[in-house]
Ligand binder design. Sequence first.
Ligand SMILES: Nc1ncnc2c1ncn2[C@@H]1O[C@H](COP(=O)(O)OP(=O)(O)OP(=O)(O)O)[C@@H](O)[C@H]1O
Ligand SMILES: [Mg+2]
Length: 390
Amino acid sequence: MSKELIRLSDCFMKFDDDVILDHINLYINDKEFLTLLGPSGCGKTTTLRIIGGFQKPTSGDVFFDGVRINDVPPHKRKVNTVFQKYALFTHMNIFENVAFGLRVNKVPDPKDPKRMIKVPESEIKERVEEALALVNLAGYGKRSVNSLSGGQQQRVAIARAIVNRPQVLLLDEPLGALDLKLRKDMQIELKRIQQQVGITFIYVTHDQEEALTMSDTIVVMNEGKIQQIGTPEDIYNEPKNAFVADFIGESNIIDGVMHEDYVVGMYGRKFKCLDKGFAPNEPVDVVIRPEDIDIVPEAEGQLTGTVTEVTFKGIHYDIIVDFRGFKWLIQTTDYSPVGAKIGVKIDPDGFHIMKKSQYSGTFGDYSSYSSEYDELNEDRLEDEEDGDEE
Ligand SMILES: Nc1ncnc2c1ncn2[C@@H]1O[C@H](COP(=O)(O)OP(=O)(O)OP(=O)(O)O)[C@@H](O)[C@H]1O
Ligand SMILES: [Mg+2]
């Protein structure tokens, strides 16, 4: 059984009059890969800084192994951090960059634990080589920082952070500076390192795919509040509200009503679903993932609509379909031309029913699917409005 290692208890954070973290409650298990996921400014870095001890919450407590650590300074916490800008020392070679943390730290003398001594040179060598091997950079010790690619430099930063054998590694968007291909490779690499070393990773990203790929647990945040905590599967399959459904993957989110257990209504029709426990006729948000919708001949459809846009995506088509003014995204390998009248079929497990929330009605309509085109239009509109004023 995994054991709780870190707990944030009712952490509240204010800068001036702005609420940055709104009563965060969260625990992190030993050896877990936990990801804080959310849009820019939602409070991810602030949460990480509180765990690292670089920032104190305005109120609330931080516990490590059951002990309150609010007043423990960063260097006394069993935590190390990898930042987005990993700032290696360019005047030192790779070996010295990794060894740095060991050289500045003193450790108890094995012969007399009350005495603090420098880490012996032989141990530094052994541990640096072990750390470099772990990030697949064995033999790179003598190379200069500038002779390495971005991905290799990132790995040096990780070696530097794990060489001290922290119990927890905090990673703040560590792959942000890498291009897509390298980022994907490093995601797999990081997961391997975490499992091999067996330490707790608390990872920050705003990239939902990255979070789904790497994490044991995802914490979805927005505007300083935790929206949902769960496994990648939970978060994807059972989003708690329209914000989560929209932020994780693509979602059509439609106004509906739960007639009774296992029966949801939309567009004045009834559909079988797998959800229960709502009040009779409770208004709900209905999430339908684009890949859970089958296109069928118009006469066989549970609903019928008109195709307004088709984009070839390599493996599938993104098809936008207008159902009485509300536009859905459907992902399918079957081609339907623009203008076609089609029917759709959705199996009961394709419906995900959510309680109404403050986010209802704000997400899940694909009317502005071709965002680039729309943004251009918006710019033009604004220009025209400006023009009118003059
Ligand atoms: N020292 C500070 N003083 C004032 N406001 C701050 C301070 N640090 C952070 N903030 C504000 O707190 C909010 C949350 O910031 P934070 O850096 O935690 O967000 P984030 O989720 O990490 O965002 P990003 O994805 O852009 O890194 C932002 O609105 C930010 O402007
Ligand atoms: Mg941040």
